[in-house]
Design a protein around this ligand. Structure first.
Ligand code: HDE
Length: 694
């Protein structure tokens, strides 16, 4: 089969490959179409695939079409990042649990007593640097390890797969999700025509779309997010033996997501929600921790898997290649200066150390070029590695010189090699130096995508079928919400056509919500999907731990509340390693039943219940009924109830009655401190799904 045809987009007319004497137009239907050209006016024959050796081999440097396209893209914004512009960073360290010398010679993975300093930056993808923290979006999870053999950057995401298979399509993907170029909106949102137009024409994006519409795209906190290296990499040991590896990060306090209604409200109440949460957790000594886990496998296993390990739109289920937990990342220091560190940090997937190597994943191969290139314009020249946050912590000597913003003052006459005039000049070293794993490659130069990349639906279906009922419903709701914002009907029906291939029931649910039942386009998949067994590890809820560690709860205090109950609540939550925010109508004054005035953390007007994991109201309506008729107080409880949160109430029957939450599932009457056990139990299990019968 001609795989170029298999991957061509429904609706995209095939290119006219006949010579036409350099005309800028070609005939299509009744009218003339404008030819796609490079900046030099050279017509482009294939805008889908980069030039590579064989269909699965590395990409060639001579690919001027790819290079120009990516270069031009890389220089589009100054100085904010083109993608991942909105981010938050922290310092910390990484420590392996044991030596990994059997599988890699990387020094920082040899000795469990060695801590390697790191800088981590979490980010959203689509929005500008001042955009909200809770759009529905992928999150970046980028780690710079300052190892004794140089910097290793693991530049990953919180989703283990990606939208596209080839770097050639990245500028198109990003252009489609960013604000539409004529109108400059919407900011930080995928719910618009151009994104879904592109996606609906790119069947390879269907797996990632299931993830991007899932709870993963609206995390409660950066501290509660998984991370993934996405691509297959290699590990190489001291004997030169290589194995493949997929990198994973797992948050020690478990994962958690918000509901879409919460996300929308949090964006209004606190657009810096994630940034503030990360900062405050570190300031208070509650250090975010993540375990590094590896999926290590050999060529034989790779050959046995149902998918090509070079295809970044696919994952390897943990049930097939289990995770090996090998170390821990701890974030224990906030940046001193946001710009100098979080903004100027320059990650690059090409930064690897001896013992780690690339695979021929065509998306990774394109990234190896892009990041360094983009820093040249973003950070103004070739010396950005001298900025403190980017500078290696190990000795660094070479003969690169000059350039904008040169901060070093190199001494001596010798800035070349070989040389005989400087005996102490740095020399190459075949023993300790980085050597590429000599993976064999052969094939013709071609822009062909491997046949093994052409199943676009099986893992999308597998992901969906691995979800718990609430998670599955969220995906359907998210799709209906996003497609409901798409104005072009043909884009909606095209997407419904893809959903039908992924899962017929999903299409029925979404088209019903859109009022478009039976309207799905008929789409012929390049390869018919296979039914894969569900992978429970893909569900966040199925593996959620019962815990309150690192969670923030709120107590709304009304005048005359019982101080003993507050003390009991505080100490109970402290034992659970949770935090409690004290909220009151007036931040300056709330009195307990003895008349004592208490300090308050937040005023009710600025502390909607969406900001918290679970909520409590302690009041005394016989002393003061100030809260009862207050719409904000009623809404506080209504929202918490509607978001399936555990709720504790004491001395506020009238308010609970007006908010219509009294006696409902997960609403616990705190008549005495012993009832706190029930509250803690309910809050620990996350959401009270019983309220909707899940
Ligand atoms: Fe990136 N990406 N990317 N990306 N990416 C950037 O680099 C790019 C991809 C990721 O906190 C840019 O310094 C291309 C996958 C993160 O500073 C840019 C392709 C994954 C961050 C760039 C990809 C990522 C970036 C923008 C397709 C997950 C933020 C500014 C070939 C594995 C790092 C910059 C930070 C940032 C290019 C695809 C993750 C333009 C060309 C897949 C976490 O160079």
């Amino acid at each position: 089969m001609n795989t170029r045809t298999a991957h061509s987009h429904p609706g995209a007319p095939g290119a006219d490959r006949t010579g036409n004497g350099g005309e800028l137009h070609r005939q299509h239907g009744g009218g003339k179409e404008t030819l796609l050209t490079t900046n030099q006016g050279i017509p482009v024959a294939d805008n889908q695939n980069s030039l590579r050796v064989g269909s699965r081999g590395p990409t060639l440097l001579e690919d001027f079409v790819l290079r120009e396209k990516i270069t031009s893209f890389d220089h589009e914004r100054i100085p904010e990042r083109i993608v991942h512009a909105r981010g938050s960073g922290a310092h910390g360290y990484f420590q392996p649990y044991r030596s990994l010398s059997g599988i890699t010679r990387a020094k920082f993975l040899q000795d469990p007593s060695v801590r390697t300093p790191v800088f981590v930056r979490f980010s959203t993808v689509a929005g500008g640097s001042s955009s909200i923290d809770l759009p529905r979006d992928v999150r970046g999870f980028a780690v710079k390890f300052y190892t004794e053999e140089g910097n290793f950057d693991l530049v990953g995401n919180n989703i283990p797969v990606f939208f596209i298979q080839d770097a050639m399509k990245f500028p198109d993907l990003v252009h489609s999700v960013k604000q539409e170029p004529d109108r400059g909106f919407p900011q930080a949102a995928s719910a618009h025509d151009t994104f879904w137009d592109f996606i609906s024409l790119m069947p390879e994006s269907m797996h990632m779309i299931m993830w991007a519409m899932s709870d993963r795209a609206i995390p409660r906190s950066y501290r509660m997010m998984e991370g993934f290296g996405v691509h297959t990499f290699r590990l190489v040991n001291e004997f030169g033996e290589s194995r493949f590896v997929k990198f994973h990060w797992r948050p020690v306090i478990g994962s958690e997501s918000v509901l879409w209604d919460e996300a929308v409200k949090i964006n209004g109440a606190d657009p810096d929600y994630h940034r503030r949460d990360l900062w405050e957790a570190i300031e208070s000594g509650q250090y975010p921790e993540y375990e590094l886990a590896l999926q290590v496998f050999d060529q034989e296993t790779a050959d046995r898997l149902a998918f090509d390990v070079l295809d970044p739109t696919k994952l390897i289920p943990e049930e097939e290649v289990p995770l090996d937990i090998v170390g821990k990342l701890v974030l224990d220091r906030n940046p001193d200066n946001f710009f100098a560190e979080t903004e100027q940090v320059a990650f690059c997937p090409a930064n690897i150390v001896p013992g780690i190597d690339f695979s021929d994943d065509p998306l990774l191969q394109g990234r190896l070029f892009s990041y360094l290139d983009t820093q040249l314009s973003r950070l103004g020249g070739p010396n950005f590695h001298q900025l403190p946050v980017n500078k290696p912590r190990c000795p660094m000597h070479n003969f690169t010189r000059d350039g904008m913003a040169q901060m070093e003052v190199p001494k001596g006459r010798v800035a070349y090699e070989p040389n005989s005039l400087a005996a102490d000049a740095p020399r190459e070293c075949p023993v300790h130096g980085f050597t590429s794993f000599p993976a064999p490659v052969e094939g013709n130069k071609t822009r062909l995508r491997a046949e093994s990349f052409s199943d676009h639906y099986s893992q999308a279906r597998q992901f969906l079928l691995s979800m718990t009922p609430p998670e599955r419903e969220h995906i359907a709701n998210a799709l209906a919400f996003e497609l409901g914002k798409v104005e072009t009907i043909a884009i909606r029906t095209r997407m419904l056509g893809h959903l039908k291939i992924i899962d017929a029931a999903l299409e029925v649910e979404v088209s019903d919500q859109l009022g478009m039942s039976g309207k799905a386009d008929v789409i012929e998949p390049a390869q018919a999907p296979q039914d894969l067994p569900p992978s429970p590890a893909l569900s966040l809820l199925a593996k959620a731990r019962s815990t309150l560690e690192g969670r923030k709860l709120a107590v709304l205090l009304g005048d005359g509340f019982d101080p003993d109950m507050l003390v009991a609540l505080e100490s109970r939550l402290k034992n659970e390693k949770a935090k409690l925010a004290k909220v009151a109508l007036k931040p300056g004054a709330v009195q307990d039943s003895s008349g004592k005035v208490h300090a308050v953390d937040m005023a009710l007007a600025g502390a909607p219940s969406v900001l918290f994991h679970a909520v409590v109201v302690l009041s005394n309506e016989s002393v003061s009924d100030a809260l009862v008729d207050l719409p904000t107080a009623q809404q506080w409880l209504r929202d918490a109830f509607g978001h399936y949160k555990a709720i504790g109430i004491a001395g506020c029957d009238a308010l609970a009655g007006k908010a219509a939450v009294k006696g409902e599932f997960g609403v616990i009457d705190l008549a005495s401190p012993s009832e706190l056990d029930d509250l803690v139990l309910a809050a620990k299990s996350g959401r009270v799904w019983d309220r909707v019968g899940f």
